[in-house]
Design a protein around this ligand. Structure first.
Ligand SMILES: [Fe+2]
Length: 210
């Protein structure tokens, strides 16, 4: 096992994500219950069995603008992301689409905890989503229940045919197989995501392949 990079910084980031989730469990609604369930799956923290190294993904060029697009509610989390942001396992995990050639260069996911993440778990995923400005993340779905916490950038979120402009500090819950999409504004979007439920291994798929 080779471990490089600032592991203390990575662990600080995971701790700050846990604090953000915990703050939302006060309200025992569907989002609060999902946050509580995810937190229970992170105790104990899955074992670190992979590496973190400097990312070369083109989407990381959007990070600096994202760091300027947070809110007072997300300052602490952004402060935890910033020192390790370039060392996260950013990747675009969908097949490329002919009808949306820019997606692979403008969207990336950095999974910290999950089946293929440095912290191995087959029961829960925790990561970051980064989407460049003026990008449509097309309709997609997955078996996992998904909780998002927007850290930076206001964007339009679409689920079940309903569009909402969502701001940093807000949570969004997607049930299993709910079709959802995002449209960013002039700001990039940076968000924490979690996956839980019966199947966190099957990937997300686009509703219509290009
Ligand atoms: Fe999703």
């Amino acid at each position: 096992m080779k471990i490089s990079t600032n592991i203390d910084g990575i662990q600080s980031l995971i701790s700050m994500i846990q604090i953000s989730l915990r703050s939302r469990t006060v309200a025992r609604d569907a989002i609060g219950n999902e946050a509580a369930g995810v937190l229970s799956l992170l105790e104990p923290l899955p074992v670190l069995d992979g590496t973190f190294s400097r990312s070369t993904h083109p989407s990381i060029r959007h990070l600096n603008a994202a760091f300027e697009s947070g809110s007072a509610a997300t300052t602490d989390l952004l402060d935890a992301i910033r020192p390790v942001a370039l060392d996260l396992p950013w990747r675009y995990s969908y097949a490329l689409r002919d009808d949306a050639p820019g997606l692979g260069n403008n969207m990336a996911f950095a999974e910290l905890i999950g089946p293929e993440a440095p912290y191995k778990s087959d029961r829960v995923c925790v990561g970051l989503t980064l989407i460049g400005p003026e990008i449509i993340y097309p309709s997609h779905s997955h078996p996992a229940v998904e909780l998002y916490y927007v850290v930076a950038g206001k964007a339009t979120w679409v689920a079940n045919g309903v569009s909402r402009l969502i701001f940093p500090g807000e949570f969004i819950l997607h049930g299993s197989q709910v079709v959802h999409a995002m449209l960013t504004t002039s700001e990039p979007l940076l968000a924490v995501y979690t996956w839980s439920g019966k199947d966190v291994i099957s990937p997300s798929v686009y509703l219509v392949s290009g």
